[in-house]
Every structure is written in C-alpha cells, then in structure tokens.
Design a protein around this ligand. Structure first.
Ligand code: 13P
Length: 255
C-alpha cells in the first residue's frame, strides 16, 4: 500500500503574515489520515512554519540544502540545520536549482546523500525539458538523473526517499502533462527501481509536479503509478491545496 502524498513547494513566495494565514487554513482543513501532507517554505521561514503547524498533520521541509554539513559556506543552509528546526524532508534537484543555479547531476547526488546523513527524507526531482521531450529522450534523461544519485547513494537509499517527476515544460506554465504522459514516465521510474529491487519498486512513492491544480488533480491521482503531487502555485492558497489533498484521499491506498 502506498500512502499518497501532497506536497506544496512555496518557492520564493510568502511573508510571516501570509504564511500564518496559509498554515492556519491548512491546519483547520486537514484531517488526520488520508494523504501525507508536506509544505516546503523558503528556508528563512522553515522554523516558524514548523511551529505554526505543530500538532497538525502537516509536515515541513526545506527547498534546498548545502552539499556540506558545516563550515565556511556563506549563505548556505545545511541539512542538519533544517533538521534542527524541525524539518523532516528536503527537495533535492528541483529543476529551478538545476537550470537557474547550475546544479549538476553530481551536485544533486551529493545533496541527496547529505540530506539522508542529516536525517531528512530527500525528495529527488527529475524531469525533462521540452526540447528533450520533443527529441524523444525523456526516459534517457530521467534515467541519467536517477543513475547519478544511485551511483553515489546506492539503490537501497531510496527506501528512505521520494521521487518527484516534474517535466520542466509543465512547471508554472499551466501546461500539465496529460494523465497518460505522467503515468508513462512514472511507470518508467518505478520500473527503474523494480529492476534492481522489486519490493523497493513497489513501495517507492513517485509524485507528479507541474501545474497541478484542484481541477486536474483527481485524474492524475487516478493513474496507477502516480502517488501524489508536488504542487507549486496552487499550494499558496489553502482552499485550493486542501482540495488537492481531498482528491488524493479519495484515490489513495493503491499499490
Ligand atoms: P507549479 O505547480 O507552479 O507548476 O510548480 C510545480 C513545481 O515546480 C513544484 O515543485
């Protein structure tokens, strides 16, 4: 049984006031059970959001972490610091980190290992660009992104990790992958892990990200290998995000 997950990546949005309102809305509306819910505020707000969400079913994660555990790395945040203030998860290899901040596959792999070393659950983000999809190399690209992490961390490390498939062309564009397009890549990702370890492949939760909204969540969650969503823009409104969580509840519990 794979419990569905709905995660909200706030990206660089929010303020103390907006966060308080958003978290209050989530805490009010969220039940226990059903989908696992995680929000990813900007690093500077993680500690406060942890406090705001305390005692609720909402978990909190970081959007990024440093490759290093401690030291002279001005401007960076370590996995241990995120853990120290109560984060449980961290995004690794989000496409905005890869493309805007030049994170290589090797760096992403080191961050994945650093996250686990700090006791955080990494959410490894993978996905192809529009040019790559049109060139028919989606699976090659996704496999290469997974290979880089597996080579360093080992396949077994994914027992304590999540994978998010986020086609770059669907992020913030309003252009969602169709349920069939998402399912095809999710099945490929599951197959990648099943080939090495059938149980791991069965249990691994793979989230879809890219213009998920309340209006399209249910049909995406209806696909056999889609175990939830990593939501950007639609996670900034409590009612919209809660409706996505409801959609996950009603299709949850497959696998
Ligand atoms: P949008 O839902 O805004 O397309 O963002 C997706 C995303 O990048 C989540 O990490």
């Amino acid at each position: 049984m794979r419990r569905p997950i709905v995660a909200g990546n706030w990206k660089m949005h929010g303020s103390r006031e907006e966060n308080a309102r958003l978290v209050a809305g989530l805490v009010d509306g969220i039940g226990h059970g059903g989908a696992e819910v995680i929000v990813f505020p900007p690093a500077v707000y993680v500690a406060e959001v942890v406090r705001l969400a305390a005692g609720s079913a909402v978990a909190v994660g970081g959007q990024n972490l440093c490759t290093e555990a401690v030291g002279a790395y001005t401007g960076e945040t370590s996995g241990a610091m995120l853990r120290d203030v109560g984060a449980s998860h961290v995004l690794v290899g989000h496409s905005e980190r890869r493309t805007l901040y030049g994170e290589s596959e090797a760096t992403v792999a080191v961050k994945f290992v650093a996250a686990q070393a700090a006791g955080l659950v990494p959410v490894l983000c993978v996905g192809e660009s529009l040019e790559e999809r049109e060139a028919g190399v989606t699976e090659t690209v996704v496999a290469r992104q997974l290979d880089a992490v597996v080579a360093l961390a080992g396949l077994g490390a994914f027992v304590q990790a999540l994978v998010a498939y986020e086609p770059v062309w669907a992020i913030g564009t309003g252009r969602t992958a169709s349920p069939d397009q998402a399912q095809a890549v999710h099945a490929f990702i599951r197959g990648y892990f099943s080939a090495g370890d059938a149980t791991l492949g069965d249990q691994l939760r793979v989230l879809y990200g890219g213009s998920v909204k309340a209006s399209n969540a249910a049909e995406l969650f209806g696909m056999a290998d889609v175990d939830g969503a990593l939501v950007g823009g639609a996670s900034l409104k409590a009612d919209e995000f809660l409706r996505i969580c409801d959609a996950a509840h009603s299709v949850g519990g497959r696998g």
